[in-house]
Design a binder for this molecule. Sequence first.
Ligand SMILES: [Zn+2]
Length: 438
Amino acid sequence: MEVTQTWKRRIFVGVTAAGLAALCAMFALNSPSKADPPTSATSVVLISGDGMGVQQRTAIQYALYGVNERQPMDALPVAGLLDTVPATKAVSDSAAGATAWSIGMKTRNGMTGLGPDEERVPTLLEIAEDEGKATGIVNDHDITNATLASFAAPINNRDKKVSIAQKTLRDISPDVMMGGGEGYWYPRGEEGMIPDEVPDEDKSVGRDNLVEEAQADGYEYAYDRETVDDLTGPKALALVQDSGLQRWKELPGYKPQDDPYYVPEADLLAKALDILEEDPDGFMLVAESDDMDSAAHEHDGVNVIKTGKTINAMVEVVQEFRQTHPDVLLIVTADHETGGMTIEDPIETNTNSDGDDPVPYYGDGHLNNAGPNGQVPKRSGPFKIKGTHREFKVDWTTPEHTGGYVPVTADGPLSELLTGVHHNTHVFDVAQQALTTP
Ligand SMILES: [Zn+2]
């Protein structure tokens, strides 16, 4: 939609102001990217903003970058739309959404990396490994989250997180694994390295000591900023603070920058690229920000926008890497939209349904949910459009996911194939082609 409007605006300006020559020049400017074709060393980086629909991307754009400077994820030269419909329902969860990318098949909600009849086919990580490439997964939430499990741990129930940790390590064994959720990697009763400040959430619930097992298997292990800095690879496991940006909701006064166990996801991604670039055959890397989805479930527009910073910072890290490694295909998209979020004029009332788990969890929800007369809750705005005096607020239709198209933007080899409207399985088709070019 955004693309169409931009086109219309450009065509209008071209015809009225500068004539046909200028119009032609503008078409040339917007021609598909002239990236080099893939080679046997081509790499793929897939970044998912979980729950990041058109309106989330637009709100992040306005609040953080204003109306003129295009945010990094939207400044990529190729844009398209992907459907999100899973195999048997209208609206997708993260498991089915990410499985469409990882194996190229629409599947049932709740299943990661398996076809609709629970059939096991290679995921993009396995395809990359078969090509001699390195592999990696990065998250700001637990590594065992549905999106990454769709690539690294095929299973019929996304909630079996201890099994997912085991499968990730033992079956597909990505070279680089970074994110939160250390409790799934340590056996019950063993504390791990990160203080258990929210006991019911942080405690170890694992069966085996998978950290020791990983180390015995040649993985370096990190758990805070310092030890992440020290990682050199080629195999690395980093289990750091889970959802650091959101922990203030459970721990009053918590500041991620003061927590040595919190490592910004862009820093994790930069370290992952440092390690993976050592493989001369290239790599496949999947990174997800799950905070975006959590924020939208909670009807927390403030945190949706804050998470947008994380995603744009990750895109900047990859784009900087691509300056010296142009043979990297970068794809930025989402598994589905969350919350039915819409950008509205601040004078409108909020028609929202109540959010899930409003913040803070111990509060009564008034920060997130509309008042009895439709008063705009604080976490829905108003937000200033950067560099202007204009303001907007957001509204919500559901605390759950919605089923519309999501934007996809891309750069690098074969990125032009993502132009247009496609099934979400098309991400698999394009990435597979990039990874398997002889
Ligand atoms: Zn969700």
